[in-house]
Design a protein around this ligand. Structure first.
Ligand SMILES: [Zn+2]
Ligand SMILES: [Zn+2]
Length: 256
């Protein structure tokens, strides 16, 4: 349906969609964990610090500028689809359900690798200050930090979208679910509260997934835990925080 809109209307529609996606996900997480049920979760606050409203406003402001950049890239992708340049498709029968599921898993694996290596690159001393420092101004992040990027970093992060649609035949519905998964994991990574049970890092398959503690340690110390969805790139490249599992254990075994 989006393909039938004029580019300017399309841009407005995409800004609105991205805005909703961000505010619903970050707002729901913030309200649930930090406001309504805070008493239940306060012993799980990873850094044992309060969130500062000034910092949260900064995170929201940078996230808003990121949303505009994401919508610009999204507009480009929809126009490219209209012109027949992308591998996006609308009819499930074209590739079948098995491919729909496989392409979702592949999109996550590709994004995970893309994120890890781009993230490592942005930590290069010559690049860090100009591009990635904004995200690291949140040393004790809140859910609102999910999209808190410098505009250059926002372009880098948005780069996964054209990469996927030119590389993989993706159903538009699969792409939509992938974008929902991305914002959900992103918000949870910046939650500041470890909500998972203590057994999580010991259960096969589940332990391969990153946790809030994993990314929180990256914000606190910034020299380890560069991964997004999975822990394997950090393990393979020796960048996993030395005390990640101990910290997770410490946070999840605190008395309520
Ligand atoms: Zn982060
Ligand atoms: Zn970083």
């Amino acid at each position: 349906m989006l393909s039938y809109l004029q580019p300017s209307d399309l841009m407005v529609q995409l800004v609105a969609t991205d805005f909703l996606r961000y505010f619903l996900a970050a707002g729901a997480a913030y309200l649930f964990f930090w406001v309504i049920f805070f008493e239940k979760w306060q012993h799980r606050v990873i850094q044992r610090k309060k969130l500062q409203s000034q910092k949260m406003w900064m995170e929201v402001r940078y996230s808003l500028s990121t949303l505009v950049i994401f919508a610009l890239v999204g507009t480009g992708v929809v126009l490219a689809k209209k012109a027949g340049y992308t591998l996006l498709y609308d009819d499930f029968r074209e590739y079948g359900w098995i491919w729909a599921l496989a392409s979702f898993a592949l999109a996550i694996l590709i994004h995970d690798a893309y994120f890890y290596w781009m993230h490592r690159l942005m930590h290069h001393p010559k690049i860090f200050r100009h591009v990635h420092l904004v995200h690291h101004m949140s040393t004790n992040p809140s859910p609102w930090a999910a999209y808190s990027f410098h505009p250059i970093e926002a372009v880098v992060e948005a780069g996964i979208l054209p990469l996927l649609v030119f590389l993989l035949p993706l159903h538009t519905g699969v792409l939509f679910v992938f974008l929902l998964y991305m914002i959900t994991r992103n918000v949870l990574g910046h939650l500041g509260i470890e909500f998972l049970p203590k057994a999580f890092v010991r259960i096969p398959f589940l332990k391969l997934h990153t946790t809030t503690t994993h990314h929180d340690l990256h914000h606190k110390e910034s020299s380890s835990n560069f991964g997004l969805y999975f822990t394997w790139w950090d393990r393979w490249c020796g960048t996993e925080h030395k005390r990640y599992r101990e910290t997770f254990e410490e946070v999840t075994t605190r008395e309520s």
